[in-house]
Design a binder for this molecule. Structure first.
Ligand code: ADP
Length: 449
């Protein structure tokens, strides 16, 4: 059982993890780059260590620097947050070999589920429906690939088995376009993901993005904590998320949730995770698993009343889950708006000093953020500076609370996407619920938007 945690991340999630550690009475060690030296959450830590310059490759992605920081600080566990090294099986293996606890699944589980092809295979074996297409990497032979694509039926999507962050994917409309798309994706896969394998599946034309949160301990107990809908995306980046996914029969979600929990038990999964699905024409199709904490975990916390980060740390400490599936009851509805430092029209990043920072409060409103007045948003990282979360007894009440919260939030000194969120919350289709993953980009192309 560890008593100290090194937080190998930055920004809002570094603060969120630190809060959970403090609530559990654990000592916190925060590592940071030179660009984050002045951040408030760094000062809050029991110990902080600078691990390198601003560039993530030389700090937050520098495995040796992070392991060395753990050694000199005496930290016994490492929490990776999301992004950066959170799904890097090689890093997790080094953490394990150093005799430290990785707060997340084993490197073996990350390898299985991090490879989208083997994840699909594992899910099919557990009885989870997947997007049509073989759960095997494509052969080299062009004729064989074409035969597979024809059998699935165009349009298909070519995906890198090791891809992530919305990269390493190409939609292919016809047989003529297949060789080119294949070559490009293979090349990208080799360069960007160090895994040349690619696969294909049916390209669904108008799906929703629906996901299931899971939580599993090291003693064979695995639970699912309800659904989320993250269909509001721009360039595969989520903008607003909600829990539960609206308009889907609770029985259908429960059936899939039970399968996800079963899949966790089968592969010996320990920690938190998310099974991502595309939902089209009344059916859910598995696309991938994220073997880490998600940005959007708060909407599930608000509806389930479960502190997901604390539970994640507890199961990493070897504790048994103190509740069963029957104890999990999700109530009401929650939304999360990702507040980014970016121009609301051009989406260009807008780093700089925040001069005014006024965040909303009140019933059902939560703000997860490391920012404050005087904080300088560095230009080197993701532009998200806050997550605004609103919960209500009904979807309508949650929407009304989110509208009110967005009205009262004020950020000056830098541009933010707050105006975009305010307008989006007035969109009738979004308010009705159940828009597909292309809705936001369609909406943005309208002259009025
Ligand atoms: P990543 O790991 O990069 O996030 P995913 O496999 O989760 O990749 O896919 C990201 C997004 O790409 C999905 O949310 C969806 O918008 C789109 N997408 C992926 N696979 C398909 C598919 N078979 N049909 C239609 N859209 C897809």
């Amino acid at each position: 059982m560890f008593e100290s945690v090194l937080i190998a991340n930055r920004g809002e999630i570094a603060l969120r993890i630190q809060r959970a550690c403090k609530a559990l009475g654990l000592r916190t060690v925060v590592v940071h780059s030179e660009a984050d030296a002045e951040a408030g959450y760094v000062r809050l830590a029991d110990q902080s260590l600078c691990i390198g310059p601003a560039a993530a490759g030389r700090s937050y992605l520098d495995q040796a620097a992070i392991l060395f920081a753990a050694e000199v600080s005496g930290a016994e566990a490492i929490h990776p947050g999301y992004g950066f090294l959170s799904e890097n099986a090689g890093f997790v293996q080094r953490v394990e070999e150093a005799g430290l606890t990785f707060i997340g699944p084993s490197s073996a589980c990350i390898r299985t589920m991090g490879d989208k092809v083997s994840a699909k295979r594992a899910m099919r074996a557990a009885g989870v429906p997947c997007v049509p297409g073989p759960d095997e990497a494509l052969p080299e032979d062009a004729g064989a690939v074409l035969a597979i694509a024809r059998e699935i039926g165009f349009p298909v999507i070519v995906k890198a088995a090791g891809g992530g962050g919305g990269r390493g994917m190409r939609v292919v409309e016809s047989a003529e376009a297949l060789p080119g798309a294949l070559a490009l994706t293979r090349e990208e896969a080799r360069r960007a993901f160090a895994n040349p394998e690619v696969y294909i599946e049916k390209f669904l034309a108008h799906p929703r993005h629906v996901e299931i949160q899971v939580l599993a301990d090291a003693h064979g107990q695995a639970l699912w904590l309800g659904s989320r809908d993250c269909s509001l995306q721009r360039r595969h980046q989520k903008v607003i998320e909600e829990a539960p996914a609206p308009g889907i029969a609770p029985e259908a979600i429960a059936a899939i949730g039970a399968r996800c929990a079963e899949a966790c038990r089968r592969i010996g999964y320990c920690g938190v995770g998310t099974f991502e699905f595309l939902y089209e024409d009344g059916a859910l199709h598995f696309i991938e698993m994220n073997t880490r904490l998600q940005v959007e975990h708060p909407v599930t916390e608000m509806t389930s009343g479960i502190d997901i980060v604390q539970q994640q740390i507890r199961v990493a400490r070897g504790e048994r889950l103190a509740f069963t599936q029957a104890d999990v009851s999700c109530g009401g509805h929650a939304f999360e708006c990702r507040i980014n430092a970016e121009d609301p029209r051009t989406f260009a990043p807008s780093p700089g000093v925040i001069t005014v920072w006024q965040v909303p409060a009140g019933d059902g409103v939560r703000v997860d953020s490391h920012a404050e007045a005087g904080y300088r948003v560095p230009p080197h990282y993701d532009s998200m500076i806050a997550k605004l979360i609103a919960h209500g007894r009904t979807r309508e009440e949650a929407l009304a609370r989110m509208r009110g919260a967005l009205e009262t939030m004020r950020v000056e000194g830098i541009a933010t996407n707050l105006p975009l969120h305010r307008r989006l919350l007035q969109d009738a289709a979004f308010a009705a619920g159940g828009v597909d993953i292309h809705h936001l980009e369609r909406w943005l192309r309208q002259p009025a938007a």
